[in-house]
Design a protein around this ligand. Structure first.
Ligand code: SF4
Length: 341
């Protein structure tokens, strides 16, 4: 079997305290794995790549009680170790006084936090009461530790009503880096399709958040950031004959808490499943990856995009999508409708 140039394995050892409505990973349960499990996953996949890296989470980082030990173990089991992502466990930051100083010692210079509007809206969209207060505490701790907070705001027909509250927060804490977008309409976020933003939604964006978003995305207009209407994309793609292979020699692969394995082109959903590490072993799973045997890989490889768009798109919709996100949305919808597992 060919050897990969690099492989990054993400293991859902401890799940997530949140149930965000925009979560592209969906809300499956996670957790219950121990350090021995991380060693076993690394040992199984390491032979298939020249350069191997393992990460102990793919949901909220550092949510595990033993996050420091896991960070060190990841380094010991990996050929290279990426710097800490500019993300943190807001849940932990608000409860563990050693956590943000630890991030600082790791060299973190900036960190992203997610808002949906004011307190009630953010709690509801994060799926956890108290999330907004934790975010405020997180901002304060980042500033105290000389780490720049960067705010991400998810915009749709519902949250747009409270984007001015995100602006108020930017002013209160003098935060200079923020951006808005709609995210991808896959996983749990597919349920938000009915309130997905339209051109009319963007007309209601407040000025400061607009200006900071344009700066962040290096874009001249919000339409460049939020993309085209589904109507326009449908017209453009309805007769596309394109197919696509997701196989690369530098893949990222997910392992969930039940040892099911997925390529991370999509979320950890049945139609992306490559197999179960305990039952099938890593060799059979890698063979399925290379041969595009997960149902979603096989569909995108063999069904022309235009056919999927005609089966699952809406030619009259004014919802806004970046084209690559629309293709992902259509593939997920196609798999859910057409593939019985
Ligand atoms: S978006 Fe991130 S923090 Fe929210 S539920 Fe999904 S994994 Fe957890």
């Amino acid at each position: 079997m060919q050897k990969l140039k690099s492989l990054t394995l993400w293991v859902d050892m401890h799940g997530c305290p949140n149930r965000c409505l925009h979560c592209w990973l969906g809300h499956g349960p996670g957790g219950g794995m121990d350090e021995g499990d991380l060693r076993r996953a690394a040992g199984a996949f390491r032979p298939f790549a020249e350069e191997f890296e393992i990460v102990s989470h793919y949901r909220e980082p550092d949510y595990a009680e033993n996050y420091r030990a896991l960070w060190d173990l990841e380094a010991a089991l990996s050929d290279k170790k990426m710097p800490h992502a500019e993300l943190m466990s807001v849940w932990r930051a608000a409860r563990d006084p050693d956590y943000v100083p630890w991030l600082r010692r790791l060299g973190l210079k900036a960190c992203q936090l997610t808002l949906f509007g004011g307190e009630a809206m953010t709690d509801r969209y994060t799926g956890r009461k108290g999330a907004y207060r934790d975010i405020l505490r997180g901002i304060e701790l980042l500033l105290e530790n000389d780490i720049q907070p960067r705010l991400q705001a998810f915009v749709n027909q519902e949250t747009i009503a409270e984007m001015h509250l995100v602006e108020e927060l930017l002013r209160t804490y003098n935060i200079e880096h923020a951006f808005a977008h709609q995210g991808s309409c896959t996983g749990a976020a597919a349920e938000l399709y009915d309130v997905w933003p339209t051109p009319e939604t963007l007309e209601r964006m407040p000025p400061l958040l607009t200006a900071l978003s344009l700066k962040h995305w290096k874009a001249k207009s919000l339409r460049k950031v939020f993309g085209e209407t589904e109507q326009a994309l449908y017209k453009k793609l309805a007769h596309s004959k394109s197919t696509h292979s997701f196989v690369t020699d530098t893949p990222y692969i997910f392992v969930d808490h039940k040892w099911d394995v997925y390529p991370n082109n999509g979320g950890p959903f049945p139609h992306w499943r490559l197999g179960n590490l305990k039952r099938d072993g890593a060799r059979a799973i890698m063979e399925r990856y290379f041969n595009e045997r997960s149902p979603a890989q096989a569909a995108r490889r063999s069904v022309p995009l235009g056919g999927m768009v005609r089966a699952c798109g809406d030619p009259d919709s004014r919802k806004l999508f970046v084209q690559s996100d629309y293709e992902d949305y259509i593939l997920e919808k196609y798999c859910e409708r057409e593939i019985s597992l």
